[in-house]
Design a protein around this ligand. Structure first.
Ligand code: GLN
Length: 487
């Protein structure tokens, strides 16, 4: 049961092979037995999960027409507000925060019949690429417990890879769905900016943040996205574009598909064995009738510096609400109001969050705004234009998700720039607001490698289709991490 996909579990539930209550109890037991090795969960919602599973079983008994994902256990990244359940965002600042409402994504997945089993660990306020920035400690990679799972949605990715849950949600501001999916050997999709509502998702960098699904296969990601996507009046940046049938899109042939290979994604810094696996994947796609074309995204080298102006600027503004008065942590015995603000924020935030707030405040300050923030917005436009030019010639773009397989826990902690460089292939996609998907493409030293597909706006269906076709021809997504997770 633990290594079945959502699609397989739904078939089992429909056929009456097991009930949602049995599946949910099994899932909760597995979390209890195995999460001590991984630290994926900040909160496990045992009582609520069993009650919801019983309800799903009732509904299935009574009614032929059950919602899309009825009875499927799911975990949410702890960045999504869940009514009555702690929502920490991986921070001491929100360690005591119980959200008074559900995020739209949580509401939608509940309406689709999923059973929330818990909230997953993450880098504090989604800032990080390794999950080492969590107030609740690092998450470990089930493929190698010395390795990081990637970040910031590392808890979600590791939980799916280890078979603790069949699917989970994540958020991606600069790579946080795709990079942990790659490093854990599973599939993750960052939708087009605006495809999924951000209402109730704790903001990091509002013009870049986007929620998406994490699961073993593209087919499962299609199911989850189906339930998550759509216009939300509560989020003015959510887009009023019809949500296509993502399942139906999975069966299109790849014949004549033009795949662009940006030369900037295959240069210096890319691990040679990762490069080889990307090339192996290309051969498979070519055999299916895809046409490969060399392209250029000339402003790629500007993506990281641009992101590290825009993301900190937006974070410094978003995180100003955590002042010790309205939300979360408050210092003990403040001497006066100034002391309350200062100490609540210095004690409540971790080092990386403080670093970003400092940078963000600086680049937004009078005299520097034009030189940094405004300039970064102009470069952002150039990066977007590169993609628009490329999509005149090709249907999708393909490359590695991350330049290397998972690194060791502790390896990059003292080297923030080195850590930032992990996102070299993912960050431009957020700056441009495009959809991107990471799918498993093999292993280097027993550590998984991800292959990234980048599409034009609202072409999630195309990315899911290509990944699904690839997964019919390969079995990288079927590999299971070693003991004790392979039991
Ligand atoms: N690693 C990037 C950062 O630290 C991206 C994080 C994310 O996508 N949330 O900002």
């Amino acid at each position: 049961m633990q290594h079945k996909t959502i699609t397989e579990l739904l078939a089992g539930l429909k056929a009456g092979e097991f009930s949602s209550e049995e599946l949910t109890r099994f899932t909760l037991q597995r979390i209890q037995d195995l999460d001590k090795h991984l630290n994926c969960f900040i909160t496990v919602t045992q009582k609520e999960a069993i009650a919801a599973a019983k309800e799903a079983d009732q509904l299935r008994k009574k009614n032929q027409e059950t919602p899309l994902l009825s009875g499927i256990p799911l975990a949410h990244k702890d960045i999504f507000c869940t009514q009555g359940i702690k929502t920490s965002c991986g921070s001491k600042m929100l360690d005591n925060f119980i959200a008074p409402y559900d995020a739209t994504l949580v509401e939608k997945l509940k309406a689709a019949g999923t059973i929330l089993v818990g909230k997953t660990n993450m880098d504090e306020f989604a800032m990080g690429s390794s999950n080492e920035n969590s107030y609740y400690g690092s998450v470990r990679n089930p493929w190698d417990l010395n390795a990081v799972p990637g970040g910031s949605s590392g808890g979600s990715a590791a939980a799916v890879a280890a078979g603790l849950v069949p699917g989970a949600t994540g958020t991606d501001t600069g790579g946080s769905i795709r990079q942990p999916a790659a490093l854990c050997g599973i599939t993750g999709l960052k939708p087009t900016y605006g495809r999924v509502s951000r209402y109730g998702m704790i903001a990091f960098a509002s013009s870049l943040d986007q929620a998406g699904p994490i699961a073993k296969t593209a087919e499962d990601c299609a199911l989850l996205l189906q339930a998550m996507a759509g216009l939300d009046k509560k989020d003015s940046t959510s887009v009023d574009t019809a949500v296509p049938d993502y399942q139906a899109a999975l069966r299109t042939s790849l014949k004549g598909l033009k795949i662009g290979l940006p030369k900037e994604y295959f240069g210096e810094g890319l691990h040679p064995e990762v490069q080889k696996l990307v090339q192996d994947a290309l051969k498979i796609l070519e055999k299916e009738g895809a046409i490969l074309k060399d392209i250029s995204l000339p402003n790629t080298r500007l993506a990281i510096p641009t992101y590290y102006v825009i993301a900190p600027a937006e974070c410094s503004s978003n995180l100003s609400r955590f002042d010790g008065v309205r939300f979360g942590y408050r210092c003990l015995n403040p001497k006066n109001l100034d002391d309350l603000y200062k100490r609540s924020r210095s004690e409540g935030f971790g080092a990386e969050v403080k670093r970003r707030i400092l940078i963000g405040t600086y680049v937004l300050s009078t005299g520097y705004f034009d030189a940094y923030y405004l300039q970064a917005q102009k470069v952002r436009k150039l990066i977007t234009n590169d993609f628009m030019e490329a999509f005149k010639e090709v249907h999708v773009i393909l490359g590695p998700t991350s330049p290397t397989p998972a690194f060791n826990i502790g390896e990059k902690v003292k080297d923030p720039i080195g850590m930032y460089l992990c996102d070299i292939y993912t960050i431009s996609i957020n700056l441009a607001g495009l959809p991107g998907l990471s799918m498993p493409g093999g292993f280097v030293n027993q550590r998984p490698v991800g292959i990234q597909l980048i599409g034009n706006y609202f072409e999630e269906g195309k990315l899911l289709n290509i990944a699904h076709q690839f997964q019919q021809l390969t079995d990288w997504h079927k590999k299971i991490p070693p003991h004790p997770f392979n039991a």
